[in-house]
Design a protein around this ligand. Structure first.
Ligand code: EPZ
Length: 440
């Protein structure tokens, strides 16, 4: 997306169809973004497989191409990267505005070249998104870091391992410090580290390039600096949040879905909540089956760092609790503005009150279709789930936000029975309404 014109595509959905069948999950967006950045830490060629073909990864690849990284796209999900030609970073601010995760280039470039200059990521619509812990880690290993003219400028004569205690559990800072310190002199210890599956995936990727990182997935990560990193071929883990979104879609639509290419262990907190509200969940080696037949029961959810219930699943869970008998609550403990979907589904008939960082849901038997606007990536996905469960037709605007993190979302949903089209005109919406009226 070269210019800054906001895409106008929409989803039009006629709800009421229980989703049934099989859905294949793609590679984890939040692992891919860090791994693509880390791939430039060697001058040799790195091959990344099972990369999700979504807006965020494509924008990051475009930004990397713009600073001299050689990128060869073998297919939608496989890319070959060579960072030999990269020097100082001066990514166009426009691209940074589209994707916060370009801040991973700071850790990668600082770790490789001992210097980096990257525009500060903008705010995000789910909260303020500070990066103080990233800067704390870079400074701890010897970098001078300043913010000037909207950019972060970091450089170090030497990078020397340090013992860093994170003040908050933060995925981004944990990953960025791992990258910045993997070729520092001596040992770095990160205490109170994030344990998300994508943190482990980035550590495994760096180790496949010759890094020496131990303890990823626990709250203490130990990194022994190595002199250089080498080529590798690496396949990204399945996306825990895409999988969870389809699991909750089965619950919202009274469906029965086999969600394939997953790591069930990564989904444990999601599975536990679905069982608690009355769904059946069956686990296999690399798939889970979620089905819902009866009425859903209420529950309480509090979002927490992994292995707790993921904040990225909070809006999707909110839609289902809006349809669960009784009173449920969700407490959002990670971000301060992640209930933006609530006003939208209240317009569909939901009964929800938000007080501070807690939402109180009084279940209703059904929702009705409406004109909706996607507030952000996961809230947008939640609106799709609401529309799939609702009586009648919904139209969702700003779906480019959803396409940041979901590949072929409407294609995958159609394959399991959803009546959904990706449109860009009122004419197409009217055609869809007539066509689906006939069969409903
Ligand atoms: C990552 O964001 C994900 N994004 C987010 O997913 C996810 O919600 C989040 O982790 C939590 O799991 C990517 O991986 C690209 P954090 P990140 O640093 O790293 C505070 C999605 O939908 N904090 O773990 O930015 C922060 O304010 C996106 O795919 C500091 O105070 O999240 C928040 O309260 C949305 N100082 C908490 O930590 C810092 O320096 C967790 O943030 C950094 C973070």
């Amino acid at each position: 997306m070269k210019d800054s014109v906001v895409p106008t595509e929409q989803y039009v959905i006629r709800g009421g169809v229980p989703l049934q069948g099989e859905v294949e999950i793609g590679g984890a967006k939040n692992a891919a973004l860090a791994i693509l950045a880390a791939a430039i830490m060697t001058d040799e060629t790195v091959t990344i497989e099972n990369m999700p073909d979504v807006r965020d990864t494509n924008v990051l690849l475009e930004a990397m191409g713009g600073i001299g990284v050689r990128i060869e796209r073998l297919d939608r999900h496989t890319v070959r990267i060579n960072g030999a030609m990269v020097q100082n970073v001066n990514i166009e601010y426009e691209l940074i505005k589209k994707i916060r995760a370009s801040y991973y280039l700071i850790g990668a470039l600082l770790g490789k070249y001992k210097e980096a200059e990257v525009p500060l990521p903008g705010g995000c619509n789910i909260g303020s998104r500070p990066i103080d812990q990233h800067l704390k880690g870079f400074r701890a290993i010897g970098a001078e870091v300043k913010i000037s003219h909207g950019s972060i400028i970091a450089h170090a004569k030497r990078l020397i391992g340090a013992h860093i205690y994170m003040d908050v559990v933060t995925v981004g800072a944990t990953i960025n410090i791992m990258m910045a310190s993997c070729m520092a002199e001596g040992k770095t210890i990160i205490e109170n580290a994030a344990k998300e599956p994508h943190v482990v995936d980035v550590a495994n990727f760096l180790n496949s390039m010759g890094a020496n990182i131990k303890g990823a997935g626990t709250d203490i990560i130990r990194i022994k600096g190595v002199s250089r990193l080498h080529s590798a071929t690496y396949s990204i883990i399945p996306d825990q949040i895409e999988a969870g979104t389809f699991m909750f879609a089965a619950a919202a639509s009274r469906g029965n879905l086999l969600v394939k290419n997953v790591i069930p262990k990564h989904l444990e907190s999601i599975t536990a909540k679905l069982i608690e509200i009355g769904c059946d969940v069956e686990e296999f080696d690399d798939s889970v089956r979620v089905s819902r037949t009866g009425e859903l029961k209420s529950t309480q959810i509090k979002t927490l760092p992994y292995p707790g219930f993921p904040t990225d699943m909070q809006p999707q869970a909110g839609v289902v609790l809006a349809l669960s008998e009784g009173v449920s609550t969700i407490t959002e403990s990670i971000f301060e503005n992640r209930f933006r979907y609530v006003d939208e589904i209240i317009r569909m008939g939901a009964n929800i009150r938000v007080k501070g960082n807690t939402a109180i849901f009084t279940g209703v038997s059904s929702l009705t279709g409406a004109r909706l606007t996607s507030p952000d990536l996961r809230a947008g996905a939640a609106l799709v789930l609401a529309a799939l469960s609702a009586d009648g037709v919904s139209v969702i605007d700003d779906i480019y936000l959803i396409e940041r993190g979901y590949e072929d979302f409407e294609v995958k949903l159609k394959k399991v029975g959803a009546r959904i089209e990706r449109v860009s005109s009122e004419k197409e919406i009217r055609k869809f309404i007539l066509q689906t009226e006939a069969v409903s």
